[in-house]
Write a new protein. Sequence first.
Length: 82
Amino acid sequence: MSDALAVLISELQTKEHGQVIEKSRVVDNLLDLRLAAAPNEAAVVLVDRWLAEAPGNSSVPSEWWVGALEDIRRLTSPELAH
């Protein structure tokens, strides 16, 4: 995993979330992750999958977002997963 991707995931994981998050914010964050993952084609494909599967019209359950971040972190750098 690139340093930029690891830092961005860590920053996003530490942000406070309620029960739902605005979908536009989730999509923006996933696009930022996609840019940070760009050197790694497999990571870009993974982020694209999460973009395509984002639920809801205007909001996303926080548990979905937390799961997406953990999945991206785990599958792009197994040594960083907790």
